[in-house]
Design a protein around this ligand. Structure first.
Ligand SMILES: [Zn+2]
Length: 95
C-alpha cells in the first residue's frame, strides 16, 4: 500500500513513492518542489543577510553587526532545516 503525504493539501498521487507509481511517473512530486522552493527562499534570505553583515562591518557599525550576526545565525538554521526537510522527503518518497 502506498504511503501518502501527511499534508492533505497535496494530491496523494504526487507523494506516492516512485517505485509504487510506475504508471504515474509523469507527475512531478509537488511536495518535493515546494520543499525545494522553501530551501531556495531560506538560502536567499541567508545570503541577503550575509551581504548586509558585510555592509555593516565595512561601516564599522558595532551594534548593527551584532544584530545582523544573530539574524544570520537564525537564517542559516532555517536554511539547514529546509534542506533537511527536502532530504527527508526524498529519502522517504524516493521521488
Ligand atoms: Zn515526494
Amino acid at each position: 500500500m502506498a504511503r501518502v503525504c501527511v499534508d492533505a493539501s497535496f494530491h496523494p498521487f504526487e507523494c506516492i513513492p516512485s517505485h509504487s507509481r510506475a504508471k504515474i511517473d509523469f507527475l512531478p512530486c509537488k511536495e518535493r518542489i515546494r520543499l525545494a522552493r522553501d530551501y531556495n527562499a531560506t538560502v536567499r534570505i541567508y545570503s541577503d543577510l550575509v551581504r548586509e553583515l558585510l555592509d555593516v562591518m565595512e561601516l564599522d557599525l558595532k551594534v548593527e553587526v551584532d544584530l545582523v550576526h544573530r539574524a544570520c545565525k537564525t537564517a542559516l538554521e532555517n536554511a539547514q532545516r529546509a534542506r533537511q526537510q527536502l532530504i527527508n522527503h526524498e529519502a522517504e518518497h524516493h521521488c
